[in-house]
Design a protein around this ligand. Structure first.
Ligand code: DX5
Ligand code: ZN
Length: 219
């Protein structure tokens, strides 16, 4: 079963509770929350207070994507605010194994995000320490960018690296995901599709969630 994770980056931040209710009604499986610091990526978004506010409005699992340097400084605050999953970037973590252990010790699920140019090998020695891999299909920082086609091969390579022993690890794809890519991404081995502009940019975000799921599961 493929999971659909609307990215609130493309929601209306002045009407966030309303937008979240719409995707919840559409059957979203989890919410993807993009945290940016203006250092790891050239954009600034939100912090733990917003995650805590979202936590009060929804029962959906919160998948917090940290696009920040030194994420280990802020992970406890994000988990305390209600993050169920915390994903850090391999490129931002010189002590990646320690950072993943920190996330699990706090009771959350730990994920590693890879920029488009970062090879899957970065994961090889932390396979026992992670619960999800977030494959970036755009260079992180902004919503609404075009999907990078080499992502297809990368998802297949990551699935091969995970093998049977780590088949429960979630492989999530983030950036430029639209309904017309959903089937191919599911076939590549993706288990979660993150989509921002394709969902919140649509006139009916609930219908957009259903359209992505239908496309992913179509025969
Ligand atoms: C990009 C973010 C994504 C973004 C995806 O840096 O990590 O989660 O919101 O937005 P779309 O689906 O519009 O590419
Ligand atoms: Zn993201």
């Amino acid at each position: 079963m493929i999971k659909i994770a609307p990215s609130i980056l493309s929601a209306d931040f002045a009407a966030l509770g309303h937008d979240i209710a719409r995707v919840e009604a559409g059957g979203a499986d989890q919410l993807h929350v993009d945290v940016m610091d203006g250092r790891f990526v050239p954009n600034i978004t939100i912090g733990p207070v917003v995650v805590a506010a979202i936590r009060k409005r929804t029962r959906l699992p919160l998948d917090v994507h940290l696009m920040i340097v030194e994420p280990e400084r802020y992970i406890p605050e994000f988990v305390a605010a209600g993050a169920d999953m915390v994903t850090v970037h391999a490129e931002a973590c010189p002590h990646l194994q320690r950072t993943l252990a920190q996330i699990r010790e706090l009771g959350a699920r730990g994920g590693v995000a890879l920029n488009p140019s970062t090879p899957p090998d970065a994961l090889e020695y932390v396979l026992d320490d992670l619960d999800l891999v977030l494959v970036m299909s755009v260079n992180p920082g902004f919503g609404g960018q075009a999907f990078i086609p080499s992502t297809h091969r990368k998802i297949r390579d990551i699935r091969a690296l995970l093998g049977d022993r780590h088949r429960r690890v979630d492989v999530s794809v983030d950036g430029g995901v639209k309904a017309d890519l959903a089937k191919a991404l599911a076939n590549d081995g993706a288990s979660t599709l993150v989509a921002g502009s394709a969902i919140f940019g649509a006139a009916d975000p609930a219908a957009a969630v259903r359209a992505i799921r239908d496309a992913a599961t179509a025969r």
